[in-house]
Design a protein around this ligand. Structure first.
Ligand code: GRF
Length: 212
């Protein structure tokens, strides 16, 4: 059975969704860059190994990333899962886990890479927003896309209401992406594209606002 390590920085609701999802892989550990991340308690309560590598203990990104890599590698994971891990990673770290590190991002990439995605979507008046699970590459929030979910932006939405709607979908697509990757139904091919052993493609159209 494949092994995954999950990296978090705070709340850990995506991590919790993964712990509850009965994935076809072993969650070897949850690692945080903050000792006070609420998600660590949730993981411990479920008997998952946890570790803290605090970025504050290191002089620069390179030495932090080296210590983080050492902690990750001690669990020998097949897949490294960034679930709300709020640190920019060095190119060397990304290269080390090339093709075996994924991230969840709260926007329909390539729109709204970076932070404050919900605020920026509302500011632009887009009618559809969402979330993305993707492989991590050197360019921020830009790697091959595994799965996305789209939600409508509703009149009166605030960053909080929109974020809650998106988060609900994050909790659905993240376990699916890992199920595919650990089960061998999706993989990264030699050209760096997502390949699938399924021919058929299913999904529904979201039109926002809806047609009369
Ligand atoms: C999520 O919105 C995720 O997409 C983003 O950071 C947030 C983390 O939330 N990268 P949680 O810690 O999983 O609750």
């Amino acid at each position: 059975m494949k092994k995954i390590v999950i990296l978090i920085s705070s709340r850990g609701s995506n991590m919790q969704a993964l712990l509850e999802a009965k994935l076809p892989c072993r969650i070897a550990a949850v690692i945080s860059n903050r000792a006070d991340a609420q998600g660590l308690e949730i993981a411990r309560a479920r008997g998952i190994s946890t570790a803290v590598v605090s970025h504050r203990d290191f002089a620069d990104r390179e030495s932090f990333d080296a210590a983080l890599a050492e902690a990750i590698d001690s669990f020998q994971p097949d897949l490294v899962v960034l679930a709300g891990f709020m640190r920019i990673l060095t190119d060397g770290f990304v290269e080390r886990y090339a093709g075996r590190m994924i991230n969840i991002h709260p926007s329909l990439l390539p729109a709204y890479a970076g932070v404050n995605t919900h605020e920026r979507a509302l500011q632009d008046g887009v009618k559809i927003h969402g979330c993305t699970v993707h492989f991590v590459t050197a360019k921020l929030d830009n790697g091959p896309i595994i799965i996305q979910a789209a939600v409508p932006v509703l009149p009166g939405d605030t960053p909080d209401t929109l974020s809650a709607r998106v988060l609900h979908e994050e909790h659905r697509i993240f376990p699916q992406a890992i199920r595919w990757l650990c089960g061998g139904q999706r993989w990264l091919d030699a050209q760096g594209r997502i390949a699938s052993n399924r021919i058929e493609q299913v999904g529904t159209t979201l039109i926002s606002p809806g047609l009369d």
